[in-house]
Structures are given as structure tokens and as C-alpha cells.
Design a protein around this ligand. Structure first.
Ligand code: ATR
Length: 269
């Protein structure tokens, strides 16, 4: 979807750039990094599995990307590779645009403890969230993530626990926002990691985000919605991280509506 979104934006503004997806085996990724001078690039995105691997090859890494521990956007300036991360920005803007979200005094439940969870936590902690709880299938990963952020944000309580039905229900009763960051739901046949009985029925301002955008409504989001939670999928995060990357590369304001239209059109195919 990223090529569709960026191409639409370039065309809309009459810019000469071209965005294409390259699937690179590790050997070729390394070659690209080493022989960079021979490649005409103004910038690029990096995705799984290279978001962390790329760091030693970069000439600089922004504070935001350092905090997240991953790079998703690279600017090329006079042959130098400058690493950035626009995922946290994308996530926060999704919350703001879709829910009019403000982090202060809010309690957030994060499901999963991988790279996506890390980007979301960075956004929320920098924005002044009151409390975070991380639940993950592998508790040691939740612990590692919690400890890492506790050092940097010592005033914010960051709890962690294994992902069990009882714990999910207990945390959902208190959460203003729940963010699903695991890969469960990518397949249409997947069930939700939160059971129907564990989703408390709510009214008013309680929010659920699933970072998955294809399928547009996972079982997790369907159950959240049925229980009265306001929901959003991850398409907004893809859009706004892309918009920010576009602005870093071109120095122009991203035509967000054009980019959203391209995403919606191609995501539904
Ligand atoms: P990403 O960078 O997209 O976050 P990742 O680092 O591979 O991807 O993280 C995937 C997350 O999905 C992890 O939290 C993983 O849990 P584990 O740490 O226990 O592996 C979670 N996950 C994947 N499959 C899962 C499943 N079947 N049930 C529960 N959690 C699952």
C-alpha cells in the first residue's frame, strides 16, 4: 500500500519522485547499504525485518528513532543516510484524528510486546499518559519492554503481566484505551486474543485500536465495537507515518486526503 499512497501524493503535487517496493534478501540489503553512493535515492522506508538491522549503517539516528530502537524512514542528504522513525507520530495522530485523544490522565492497555508496541508506547509516554499496562504471551518480553521504558520515564507506572483472560478482563475494566499490536487477526480465520466475555460493556469514551488494517475489521475490533468501545484499525497509522515520511523527504506538506483515498481504494481490493 505504501507505493500507492506515495505515488498518489507525488502525482498530486507534480513531484518527479518515484516510490517502489523492493524485497531484499539480507545479502542484497547489506550491498545496498554499503554501495549507497551508486544508488540514486532521495529517501526510503525500511520495514520488517530491517528496522533495527539498519541502524549501524546509518550516519545519524534521530532521538525519536533511538528511543523506539528502530528506524522506518531514511532521508538521504549528500550521500548521508539519516535515520528517523515516524511510527510513533503516526500512531498518535491516528488517536488524535479518530478519537480526539489527549493522553494526560489516561490509562492504556497494550496487548503485545514487539516493535509495534514499542512505537505506540513511545508516542503515549512522550505525550504524557498516566499509566500503561503491557500484556504479552511471552511475559519476559513484556517485562523487557516495561523495564526499558521505566528507566526513561520513571514517573509513569508501567506494569506487565502474562496475557491471560482474567488479566485482560481486569485491565480492560480500567483502561481508557486498548491497543492491539500482535499479529493475531492478520488471517481472516484468526480468532481474537480477547474473548467476548472478557470485553466489558462500556458507554462513552473508551477506545480500542487494532494496528492491523487488512482485514479492515478484525475479530478483536468487532468484539470491541459490539461491547460499545469506539474503534479504529491501523490504516490511520499507516497513513500518518507515511505523511510524516513524505514531509521529511520532500519538505512539502503531505496531501493527506489524497493519500488516504489511495489507501482506502487499494486496501479494499
Ligand atoms: P511487530 O514488530 O509487528 O510488533 P513482533 O515483534 O514479531 O512484530 O511482535 C509480535 C507480537 O505478537 C508479539 O507480542 C507476540 O507475542 P510473543 O512475544 O509471545 O511472541 C505476539 N503474538 C504473535 N502471535 C501470537 C499469538 N498467537 N498469541 C498471542 N500473541 C501473539
Amino acid at each position: 500500500l505504501s507505493p500507492r499512497m506515495h505515488q498518489a501524493a507525488f502525482e498530486h503535487l507534480g513531484l518527479p519522485h518515484f516510490y517502489a517496493a523492493l524485497e531484499l534478501a539480507p545479502k542484497y540489503f547489506k550491498k545496498l547499504m554499503i554501495h549507497r553512493a551508486q544508488i540514486l535515492l532521495d529517501g526510503f522506508n525500511v520495514t520488517i525485518p530491517y528496522k533495527q538491522v539498519i541502524i549501524p549503517y546509518l550516519d545519524s539516528v534521530s532521538p525519536e528513532a533511538r528511543l523506539i530502537g528502530a528506524v522506518n524512514t531514511v532521508r538521504v542528504r549528500r550521500g548521508r543516510f539519516l535515520g528517523e522513525n515516524t511510527d510513533a507520530y503516526g500512531f498518535l495522530r491516528l488517536l488524535r484524528e479518530e478519537f480526539r485523544w489527549k493522553s494526560n490522565r489516561k490509562k492504556v492497555l497494550i496487548l503485545g510486546a514487539g516493535g509495534a508496541a514499542r512505537a505506540c508506547m513511545t508516542a503515549l509516554l512522550r505525550d504524557g499518559v498516566r499509566q500503561i499496562c503491557i500484556l504479552n504471551r511471552t511475559p519476559s518480553k513484556a517485562r523487557g519492554l516495561a523495564l526499558d521504558f521505566k528507566n526513561r520515564f520513571p514517573k509513569v507506572p508501567i506494569d506487565f503481566a502474562p496475557l491471560t483472560g482474567r488479566k485482560v478482563r481486569e485491565e480492560l475494566l480500567q483502561a481508557d484505551l486498548v491497543v492491539h499490536t500482535t499479529s493475531v487477526g492478520l488471517k481472516v480465520s484468526d480468532t481474537s486474543i480477547v474473548a467476548k466475555k472478557d470485553f466489558p460493556k462500556v458507554q462513552g469514551k473508551r477506545f480500542a485500536v487494532d494496528l492491523i488494517y487488512n482485514p479492515p475489521q478484525t475479530e478483536f475490533l468487532r468484539l470491541a465495537k459490539a461491547a460499545g468501545w469506539k474503534t479504529a484499525n491501523g490504516l490511520g497509522m499507516l497513513l500518518y507515518q507515511g505523511a510524516k515520511a513524505f514531509e521529511l523527504w520532500t519538505g512539502r506538506k503531505a496531501p493527506v486526503d489524497v493519500m488516504r483515498k489511495a489507501l482506502l481504494f487499494h486496501n479494499s481490493k
